[in-house]
Design a protein around this ligand. Sequence first.
Ligand code: ATP
Ligand code: MG
Length: 464
Amino acid sequence: MNKQTTTLPDDAEQPMIVLVDDDAAVRKATSQWLTLSGMSVKTFANAKEALQLISTQINGVVISDIKMPGMDGLEFAKRCAEIDPHLPVILITAHGDIQMAVKAMRDGAYDFIEKPVEPELLTDRIQRAWEKRQLIQENRKLRRMVDRGASLEHRLLGRSPPIRQLRQQIVQLAATPVDTVINGATGTGKELVAQCLHEWSPRAEGPFVAVNCGAIPETLFESELFGHEKGAFTGATEKRIGKIEYAMGGTLFLDEIESMPLKFQIKLLRVLQERKLERLGSNKVIDLNIWVIAATKVNLENASAAGDFREDLYYRFNVAELFIPRLNERQQDIPLLFDHFAQKAAYQFERPYMPPTDDDLASLIEYTWQGNVRQLKNIAERYVLGVGTTRSIRSLLGGNDATINASSSSGLNERVQQFEAQLIIQSLQKHKGNISEVMEDLALPRRTLNNKMIQYEIKRKDYH
Ligand SMILES: Nc1ncnc2c1ncn2[C@@H]1O[C@H](COP(=O)(O)OP(=O)(O)OP(=O)(O)O)[C@@H](O)[C@H]1O
Ligand SMILES: [Mg+2]
């Protein structure tokens, strides 16, 4: 008798066994033995029913008797192989049926065991099949990750080593989401990375709720995030669902987390730890199912050492920390990003796209991109729009100031116009094409704003 260890080690993942046999007594005995050996078993009296369960997702092994009324084991093994050619199916054959078993193996069955089944031998064969199955599943998972990484390349562009690494980290984190913080200077792509994390995660179908912690007045923080019941405090005339609750089943993106008021940080920490939420003025506890991703421009470790950020909250987040380098630290990505944004703008604005000259590219690469990718995107758009009189990239880059860089080779009037157009575009971008907000931002009456947009051929629809 085979004396090898037949039970699986405690820490190993256990296989799920699909057991098909029309004989109730055999089913019961086999299932008991396998359960004792630490496996979970699903039993079926007929193959047709069992087939419903078969998929490429099965983390386990299939065992089937051959002689059964209705669909027999041979047919069943064949059908299983059609669904997943790498799913191990072990057939139980009657004594002397070797030829039939050989044929079955050719048709896709993985292995066969002769009756009467020796329990130890069965667990041993299952163990071997399971090891193989795990390898297959692991490979498939890796391949899926590679495929997903490849498509991420079209969303988060860049071929520089840090961006490649970032994409890998995104795919990995998205598979096993833990609360994450994204660290990067202004315009480096923090929000884009957060969106990618969400979209590549199993929560992709759920909501992505972005909260800019720097933009919420301290007094409103709690009700904005937690929500409140009607009458919870003076002025709470209606019930309000907080941002945290809106993110249920999805992702909560806390932008500029460094500007979160200290006294609120402790509350957030509690939410992160307990995954529970109470609206203000309510004692009903809501179980939270959210992924929290934060973004920051500052070094949180320093901030917490300086007492500006709670240390415990920092430790909570630093388990998964992603760094996005400045654009100047990955110069090789500049031409590719410029090309991407310019082509997109050309398509959106229905303008021709003239690729930049080598000289232009050199200027782009050497430029100090204070505003990082967002600034590069602005320049690419303006290059395509041909705002002002010239398309020269060098003139667009002009001075080193990120905002006042109208062409220095043109006259005062033209420069003022370029600057004006640029401010309007920036404001439109910032307010996602909301004209009232742009009017307020630039303190312009609607008619003046309209006229200027017509003059500079700026279209609202391009910005929302
Ligand atoms: N690697 C990239 N590939 C493609 N687009 C990018 C990339 N990085 C950034 N972008 C684009 O650049 C713009 C700025 O990115 P985003 O808003 O994510 O930056 P941010 O770090 O959140 O900026 P801020 O610090 O101002 O909040 C967006 O339009 C974004 O889509
Ligand atoms: Mg941002």
